[in-house]
Design a protein around this ligand. Structure first.
Ligand code: SF4
Length: 337
């Protein structure tokens, strides 16, 4: 299909569990727009999950189907974007290996998230070669499709910078511009807070999952923390610090959002009514998603077929890039003779 931009966008998602509303409003909504305008490759980053989940791989396999069902139900369209699983395109691994030969160790060690995640995660032993190298694997994931834009949040910008440095080094060493330096496509990323008011995250156990039934989601929302200073019904509230108001801004018609803002500040509305009102709009905006999800759950073969076709399409492009890379490095081998 014709797209306004010819540039390539690559983005992946780690299969480490079910997707939640943060993914829906923060990532998938953005992907839906990107697929209309760019040549998009969206992949399930199962090798990236292995860098931290290597001791419990069963969660990875189960999550792959689950998250692709969520993608499709959320409107990610296999006719507009190539959807695939990373490990089904082994060219990513070969490029990772080749680039690892030219990547100084210190460049990987200084990536801010490397030390932070290692320190935060006391349960798992992350002193592994794979974990240190995951930003390089990310570089390969995007370089292999010659991606120009990578949708990322501010916290991932350092990884893009690393990718650019490695690709510049490759260009310098082998006098070629076959690999493109990607640019960060900074996403506004709606800030979705969890039931306890912290960022919505599986590790905080504060998520409303996309697979939650209407009833389960309702219960979770009724228990959601609101403005912590608003102790009693008659206290005025501050919507700016309330996670529920954040959701209203995403799903409630603008005129009503303004009324809620005023009503909260003047204590004209209570939190219970405010939440019920939110659920009406949230359920309406998720209705189509939930219907599609149910249908896909009953027919996972559709998902497998889409992923198989996507892997083939991705492999074709990835293999062509690898041939160029091998040739630039003088590593074509006898097979090309
Ligand atoms: S009235 Fe609504 S916006 Fe205000 S604190 Fe309660 S739930 Fe939040």
């Amino acid at each position: 299909m014709t797209k306004p931009h010819k540039e390539v966008v690559v983005s992946g998602m780690r299969p480490t569990g079910k997707l939640h509303l943060g993914h829906f409003f923060g990532v998938l909504k953005n992907w839906r727009e990107l697929q209309k305008n760019y040549i998009c490759y969206f992949f399930v980053a199962d090798w990236h999950s292995l860098t931290t989940e290597y001791a419990q791989t069963e969660v990875i396999q189960k999550s792959i189907t689950d998250i692709v069902i969520d993608w499709l139900a959320a409107g990610i369209n296999p006719d507009q974007a190539v959807l695939f699983v990373q490990s089904q395109v082994p060219e990513h691994a070969e490029l990772h290996l080749l680039l690892s030969m030219i990547t100084p160790l210190s460049w990987l060690e200084r990536v801010p998230s490397y030390k932070e995640l290692k320190q935060e995660n006391k349960i798992k032993d992350l002193s592994t070669y794979g974990f240190l190298g995951y930003p390089l694997l990310q570089t390969s994931d995007v370089a292999i499709y010659k991606a120009k834009h990578i949708p990322v949040g501010q916290d991932q910008v350092a990884h893009i910078e690393l990718a650019r440095e490695i690709i510049r080094r490759f260009a310098h060493l082998y006098s070629t511009n076959i690999l493109l330096e990607p640019r960060a496509l900074l996403t506004q990323g709606a800030k979705i807070l969890g039931t306890d008011g912290r960022k919505m995250s599986k590790s905080y156990d504060n998520c409303v999952y996309l697979s939650d039934s209407v009833e389960t989601a309702h219960k979770k929302f009724m228990a959601y923390i609101t403005d912590p200073q608003r102790m009693r019904r008659q206290d005025p509230g501050n919507p700016d610090v309330c996670p529920i108001y954040g959701f209203h801004q995403l799903v409630t018609p603008l005129g009503q959002v303004e009324e809620i803002n005023k009503g909260c500040r003047s204590a004209a509305i209570g939190c219970v009514d405010c939440k019920k009102n939110l659920l009406t709009h949230l359920n309406a905006s998720l209705e189509e998603f939930r219907d599609k999800r149910k249908a896909l759950e009953k027919n996972p073969k559709v998902v497998y077929d889409i992923l198989k076709e996507g892997s083939l399409k991705a492999s074709k492009v990835a293999a062509a890039t690898l041939r160029e890379v091998r040739s630039a490095m003088g590593m074509e081998g006898y097979a090309s003779k």
